[in-house]
Design a protein around this ligand. Sequence first.
Ligand SMILES: [Cu+2]
Ligand SMILES: [Zn+2]
Length: 180
Amino acid sequence: MPALVTQFKLFCMASLASLALMSAPAYADGLLVEADLIDNGGTAIGTVQVEQGHKGVLINLKAKDLPPGYHGMHFHSVGDCSDLAAFKSAGGHVNPFDQPHGFRNPNGPHEGNLPNLVVAADGTVDVELYSDMVALDSGAAKLLDADGTALIIHTDKDDHYSQPIGGSGGRIACAVLPAP
Ligand SMILES: [Cu+2]
Ligand SMILES: [Zn+2]
């Protein structure tokens, strides 16, 4: 192969590589979605903000009128809270690689897992959480995907181990992170 052609090919490959690097920002920093949290009667009981950071999402949740104590909370795969009685319309947990549930599970967690929500004795909660297993607008566990994502709060405490949902029981609150 003539030297000139080889050089040109190398130049093209280098350009492509640097283009790929330059277009690499995986996350749109500062991207933020806010959603109402509703209960099984469809009443708004709080708000959820999810903000994209450099390596994960910051979640800010404020709510009232929840039962005190520990409640399993997860990202569920469909942004649909229309089935008010059971919120089954939100589907199962965000779990793009079909991994077991639970931070304590040696084969877990999956991407939709979150710490328990701990509600105060007066039924209020105001908490900031972080997850680096999901992102708003990129990756396998993209929250703002074609069918959106729901944040679900359950009746019982998540044991972070057992399948499929850590024994966290029914679904008592739901927020839609909408499809784009
Ligand atoms: Cu859940
Ligand atoms: Zn799970």
